[in-house]
Write a protein that binds this ligand. Structure first.
Ligand code: SDX
Length: 374
């Protein structure tokens, strides 16, 4: 009997040197560095460089990278024109999918997939995505876009493009930590999608567009948006027990909980939860946090299921003032670094990804002659 691995659960399909998700030690390292230490000591730009190059940048490398990145933030007319014609209420992940497709269509070097060209495209998407997401956050509210500011770093620039000014340091920090934590997570569904497309020797824009489609799903990146809908459904902390009992009876998956690899808790959650607690220290979100804590405690007690990174990140993005449909685009702004690092790694020793299936349909049979089919 053929052994079937549905969802490829537990199946090791290739090696990688980019990150290690360690279920035993419940830890995550990027190129050998624990992600918690990267959050405490690095900017997101430095982590992006680390994922692409395997080492943290020197001061000179960082300065050169920042100069290139800051000069690539502005959108060309092709992309900005296309995005302005999209329906005002379309999902922002559809905007991102469209934007990347237009970037590819507008790039005369689209088909060149050597490392230098792919690295340049990776940096270009990394630089432009904040401009696209910030413009979309404002477009949804009927506001004109704010231009990127080359004098500001990645996080400060993105936030000022969203709200017109750099917010308090605590918000900038919480946002930057979320970008570092979301950046990379080995062969998750969207990254593996990017590697499958790359394995056919298709272009990087096609691989990223496919990965965006995978990330949008609520079982994956779309969960951070769904967390807020769950917390909004629950009237108060006192309602959590009854709500959860009914939800589990209805066989619902509780968004922001569980993980295919981490079974004793997502190693990234404590770091992001600490940032969320700082954002709520002023007591203005006590009701939300009471529900937040009550649901996490009940899920652990009733199902022994821990929160994943989307659980603290959803409320944190809400408290930073982002519209809920913008949450997964924020995840994507970060994960473009991991995706493109994996795309370049796949090409280093490529093999077409083509698994097998076990046929369980009807046995072979002859097609009936003419009349018999009527
Ligand atoms: C991300 O892979 C990655 O690394 C992804 C990610 C990344 O950085 O790229 O970490 C980002 O996608 C995090 C996950 C975000 N998704 C959600 O929060 C959606 C809710 N979570 C579930 O859908 C689920 O936990 C998955 C999809 C994340 C994992 O699914 P699995 O591996 O199929 O779950 P499992 O086999 O461990 O489940 C075991 C049992 C099942 O019950 P039975 O059918 O055996 O009775 O636990 C149940 C599941 O139904 N279960 C849940 C649950 N998660 C698992 N029940 C209710 N709510 C949940 N959240």
């Amino acid at each position: 009997m053929t052994e079937i691995h549905r969802g490829l659960a537990g199946v090791v399909v290739d090696t990688t040197t980019i990150s290690m998700v360690n279920e035993q030690t419940n830890s995550l390292t990027y190129r050998g560095y624990p992600v918690q230490e990267l959050c405490a000591n690095c900017t997101f730009e430095e982590v992006a460089w680390l994922l692409w190059h395997g080492e943290l940048p020197t001061a000179r490398e960082l300065a050169e990278f920042q100069s290139v990145e800051r000069n690539r933030r502005t959108l060309g007319r092709t992309v900005s024109g296309a995005l302005s014609r999209l329906p005002a209420d379309c999902h922002p992940m559809d905007v991102l999918r469209t934007a990347i497709s237009y970037l590819g269509a507008d790039d005369p070097t689209e088909g060149l997939d050597d490392r230098d060209h792919n690295l340049a495209k990776s940096i270009d998407m990394f630089a432009k995505l904040p401009t696209i997401v910030a413009a979309e956050q404002r477009r949804r509210r009927g506001l004109d876009p704010i231009l990127p500011d080359p004098a500001l770093g990645y996080a400060e620039n993105f936030l000022q493009m969203c709200i017109g000014a750099v917010p308090p340091a605590e918000q900038v920090r919480a946002f930057e930590v979320s970008m570092i934590l979301y950046a990379e997570h080995s062969f998750n569904a969207s990254t593996f999608t990017a590697r499958v497309v790359t394995s056919t020797l298709s272009d990087i824009y096609s691989a990223v567009t496919a990965a965006i489609g995978a990330l949008k799903g609520p079982l994956h990146g779309g969960a951070n948006e769904a967390v807020m809908h769950v917390l909004a459904e629950i009237e108060s902390a006192g309602e959590v027990e009854a709500w959860l009992k009914q939800a589990l009876a209805d066989k619902r998956k509780i968004m922001g909980f569980g993980h295919r690899v981490y079974k004793n808790g997502d190693s990234r959650v404590p770091t992001m939860t600490a940032e969320l607690r700082k954002l709520t220290a002023d007591g203005t979100a006590d009701e939300l946090m009471a529900k937040y804590d009550a649901l996490a405690a009940a899920m652990l007690r009733d199902k022994n299921i821990h929160p994943n990174l989307d659980y603290p990140t959803g409320p944190a993005y809400h408290l930073m003032g982002f519209d809920i449909p913008i949450f997964t685009p924020l995840f994507m702004m970060s994960r473009i670094t991991g995706w493109t690092a994996h795309i370049m790694e796949q090409l280093e020793s490529n093999s077409l990804i083509r698994p097998l299936s076990s046929y369980v349909g009807v046995d072979q049979r002859p097609v009936p002659a003419g009349a018999a089919r009527l």
